[in-house]
Design a protein around this ligand. Structure first.
Ligand SMILES: [Zn+2]
Length: 115
């Protein structure tokens, strides 16, 4: 999104800068390094038949659901404990994510459930 006035913030009219690590060429370089670094891992997991692809494009919830379907298909999810009905941080979204146990324990702060 371009600002209304070049080089100026639309809200505070301050000078706009592009950080060195936020420039397209820097990002492309970083992605190339990441891909190269991931290559041995990918071939390791592929060789052992443990490599699965999840389409990461789209809304975070959509991508999460795709990953979840994969986990379900392979039985990688731990069923939630039945005695307190708690699935922790995901409790508020239980309709979307039944059978999901969070990977971290739920903490309480002043009686309020926090992530
Ligand atoms: Zn501003």
């Amino acid at each position: 999104m371009k600002p209304k006035r070049a080089g100026r913030c639309d809200r505070c009219h301050g000078a706009l800068i592009i950080r060195k690590d936020d420039r397209p060429d820097t990002i492309m370089k970083r992605l190339a390094i990441d891909r190269k670094a991931a290559r041995p891992l990918l071939s390791y997991y592929r060789r052992h038949g443990l490599l699965y692809r999840v389409n990461g494009a789209g809304f975070i919830g959509t991508v999460f659901t795709r990953a979840l379907k994969l986990f379900r298909r392979h039985g990688w999810l731990i069923p939630p404990p039945v005695h307190h009905g708690g699935s922790g941080v995901l409790q508020g979204r239980r309709r979307d994510t039944p059978g999901v146990t969070p990977l971290w324990p739920r903490r309480r702060r002043g009686g309020q459930v926090v992530g």
